[in-house]
Design a protein around this ligand. Structure first.
Ligand code: NAD
Length: 250
């Protein structure tokens, strides 16, 4: 069966869970050869290739991208998806916490992109898709550090799109709303009444439900695909209508 990613090779960071895993499966299911770079890449379903790498560690990033390129026979698509969260106002996180989260969410993306760009330049269908977030622009309370990190991801998307457009490398991002992933389930589990918290979270969504990881994966897949060859520097909201309807997550 022919798929839209036949013959293409992809690296997905944070590809062992949630949005990253759904994206890796989406790409592989449509013909791509896919490597997942993750802290814990064990136990991935076939045909995904797991490679251990920490996006905060340049040596493991370089080795991980090189191993992926070697195993996949090249690189056409990079999905910069690895990310961590943080709760708090600007008074709520100390300098160490700021450095820790920005090191994963922002500098991590830069490290992986730096390692991948020389390989992407050799592709006829090169694309980078960054997983950003609605917090980049929505003004979500108690998420100062996480919002700053994703604001940087959105700005980097535009800057990288401009820098690499004449090299034939497209760079876009998705802005998910609240997605039903292990991350969100972990947060819900910390609530006094997780069921009530989930119901309240669902009620705040324009659609009345959380976004599915597969819906974000499909958006990333479109932006990464040769079908989106005329699209770069673009943000695609996958937020249940939150941005389009001018609503706030809380
Ligand atoms: P998740 O926790 O389910 O998965 C994240 C994956 O990233 C994990 O497999 C983890 O091991 C990996 N990872 C974390 N730090 C890493 C590092 N230093 N190096 C390599 N891998 C690392 O999370 P998710 O909900 O799927 O989130 C994925 C991305 O989507 C993140 O960038 C997040 O900010 C973004 N996002 C999530 C939501 C949501 O509601 N879940 C909404 C908007 C944006």
């Amino acid at each position: 069966m022919r798929g839209e990613f036949d013959g293409l090779a992809a690296v997905v960071t944070g590809g062992a869970s949630g949005i990253g895993l759904a994206t890796a499966l989406h790409l592989a299911g449509r013909g791509a050869r896919v490597a997942c770079l993750d802290l814990r890449p064990d136990g991935l379903p076939e045909p995904l290739l797991g490679i251990a790498a920490d996006v905060t560690d340049d040596a493991t990033v370089r080795a991980g991208v090189a191993a992926a390129v070697e195993a996949l026979g090249g690189l056409d698509i990079l999905v910069n998806n690895a990310g961590i969260g943080a709760v708090g106002t600007v008074e709520g996180n100390d300098d160490d916490e700021w450095h820790r989260v920005l090191d994963v969410n922002v500098v991590g993306l830069v490290r992986v992109s730096r390692a991948a760009l020389p390989h992407l330049r050799r592709s006829a269908h090169a694309a980078i898709v960054n997983t950003c977030s609605i917090v980049a622009h929505a003004g979500v309370p108690d998420r100062a550090l996480y919002s700053a990190s994703k604001g940087a991801v959105q700005a980097l998307t535009a800057a990288m799109a401009a820098d690499h457009v004449r090299e034939g490398i497209r760079v876009c991002c998705v802005n998910p709303g609240t997605v039903d992933t292990p991350w969100v389930r972990r947060l819900l589990a910390q609530a006094a009444d997780p069921e009530a918290e989930l119901a309240a979270l669902q009620a705040r969504q324009p659609t009345g439900r959380l976004v599915a990881a597969e819906e974000v994966a499909a958006a990333i897949g479109y932006l990464a695909s040769p079908l989106a060859g005329a699209t770069t520097g673009t943000v695609l909201a996958v937020d249940g209508g939150m941005h389009g309807l001018r609503m706030r997550p809380r």
